[in-house]
Design a protein around this ligand. Sequence first.
Ligand code: ADP
Ligand code: MN
Ligand code: MN
Ligand code: MN
Length: 356
Amino acid sequence: MSLLTDLLNLNISDITEKVIAEYIWVGGSGMDVRSKARTLPGPVSDPSKLPKWNYDGSSTGQAPGEDSEVILYPQAIFRDPFRRGNNILVICDTYTPAGEPIPTNKRDKAAKIFSHPDVVAEEPWYGIEQEYTLLQKDVQWPIGWPLGGYPGPQGPYYCGAGADKAFGRDIVDSHYKACIYAGIDISGINGEVMPGQWEFQVGPTVGISAGDQLWAARYILERVTEIAGVVVSFDPKPIPGDWNGAGAHTNFSTKSMREDGGYEVIKKAIGKLGLRHKEHIAAYGEGNERRLTGRHETADIDTFVWGVANRGASIRVGRDTEKEAKGYFEDRRPASNMDPYVVTSMIAETTLLWKP
Ligand code: ADP
Ligand code: MN
Ligand code: MN
Ligand code: MN
């Protein structure tokens, strides 16, 4: 008799051309990733060659029971690190049967902004730093923390090593390699200030692909933590009090910012972001007011400040960018539970298309 792992590792391409495609979409809460699988007759590498599909939107809070069908449009393909071989993960967005994007489809509007000629010409790059917290499954308390109690104060944990400082590294590293396997531009990982909290970065990635890749990386993290029996939380302030919150700093540059004279372009863009601070904050994640307090390396939610190397600012410009007078900047406001389609496209819209 075979062990389950032997069957899981069966290489179906030994006997068939057929492949398994896992269709992934964002559900009704805006943070739940849902997926289901189907068999395809052969390998596919272009999403437009994949069939549309549907699901029961009344079970995901996305459609009424009497007219429940939501249609999945395949948009981006990644290698499947769980099934391997020619099997794939497919990031989809969601439409009514009449072809209208449903309200929770944030990708459709973002894709329109990213296909605007003025945006395309500027080749917008994004580097998203996704912070998250690992929780013990049954008690929803960070891993490595004593049950019903607290670890020692913050200080030794950020980028720390050792059994009393780094909790969950196997999960973090499995996710890291799985993302590289999938074809995601994951650029690094690190332990965070609050014990049990970690970060991975996706980027630099161009345009709409940043959102597709971040959602694929979040999906893979849900699957890796599922295997480990640990819960991933994207809450921006999972533990109240003197514990760092979780953000999704969004690093951004355009072609003109990366070229000589770029610092002037960066300063103009930051000026525009300041004028639209309220609108951006409203779109940067639920519960962000619990995180953006002006303490724990954040700026107060009602204040827009930018600065060089200032981690208490809304927007930070790196020393290298200042020195070379070109480069990129970091929007530190987005919460860990932000929607990358919303945040990336809004930054492009405000800095490239909006004429104040
Ligand atoms: P921090 O110093 O704030 O912790 P990180 O190193 O965690 O920053 O993340 C920075 C991210 O920005 C990385 O994903 C990196 O690839 C990305 N990045 C680097 N250069 C650019 C650029 N010119 N435009 C946009 N993103 C960039
Ligand atoms: Mn970082
Ligand atoms: Mn961080
Ligand atoms: Mn950062």
